[in-house]
Design a protein around this ligand. Structure first.
Ligand SMILES: [Zn+2]
Length: 253
């Protein structure tokens, strides 16, 4: 399995892109910076995206992927998400007010967008992989995902504050090769991190103690204004498993 970092920040400034990863060129993990990172031919290949939650920094490319590829024969983007996230995308994004409801365009039978519900901890098959959604602890209903090709598994926590069940399942995942988790605010803004359901370096330090596996723990989600201080504070944790993701880079697992 390989994954490319399309965007790995908690905000957008110039070329700094928001959360989106591309697995094996065809499966999206969140949709914050897909159209900003991929050419039209590359976008056409993306037919499935797992969406962790409805916040805009994880979803804001979705309207434009569909719009860009509307005229491609047979194109259909399938979004897989928790039921509450599907509701939010339908009611607040593809609602014929902020953007057309592409789930019934060009017609109900063969739409260019399908919003598909996934359920807690139940495996489902997508893009040649087995995936599972596990709820984490964020401000709105949010799932982390584990995707597994039978040889390698990648765990993506999505946005979360301190959480438990996700790490329990990660620790039990046989093929685990890497984890992607978040760190958003510096220690000085711990209160903001707590009330917004995010991690700071100090709460990340507590979370990584729950991870019993010796695999790389890639970090995403730095708020752009705090990149230098967050980098210093994460390095001060001195956990050799912690690696800052590089936007644009492809990682082989
Ligand atoms: Zn969020």
């Amino acid at each position: 399995m390989k994954f490319k970092v399309l965007g790995c920040y908690g905000g957008n400034v110039q070329t700094i892109g928001m959360t989106a990863f591309l697995v094996n060129d065809v499966l999206g993990l969140d949709g914050g910076w897909v159209t900003g990172a991929l050419s039209l031919p590359e976008q056409e290949k993306v037919r499935d995206i797992l969406i962790s939650h409805a916040h805009l920094d994880h979803t804001c490319s979705l309207p434009f992927i569909v719009d860009n590829n509307f005229a491609v024969p047979g194109f259909c983007l399938r979004i897989h998400a928790l039921p509450e996230v599907v509701d939010a995308l339908q009611n607040h994004l593809f609602n014929n007010s902020t953007w057309p409801d592409f789930t019934c365009l060009p017609n109900d039978k063969n739409p260019v967008l399908r919003l598909l519900e996934v359920h807690d901890e139940q495996p489902f098959y997508v893009a040649g992989l087995t995936a599972r959604a596990i709820r984490v602890s964020h401000l709105v209903p949010t799932a982390g995902f584990i995707v597994d090709d039978g040889q390698s598994a990648l765990a993506f926590s999505a946005d979360t504050g301190p959480t438990h069940r996700f790490w329990e399942i990660v620790n039990d995942t046989q093929n685990l090769k890497a984890i992607i988790t978040e760190c958003s605010f510096p220690n000085e803004l711990q209160r903001i991190a707590d009330i917004s359901g995010h991690l700071s370096p100090q709460t990340l330090g507590e979370e990584v103690k729950k991870i019993k596996r010796d695999v790389p723990i890639f970090l995403y989600g730095f708020k752009p204004r705090f990149i230098p201080v967050l980098t210093e504070q994460v390095q001060a944790l001195s956990d050799p498993r912690l690696v800052l993701l590089e936007q644009g880079r492809t990682y082989e697992l």
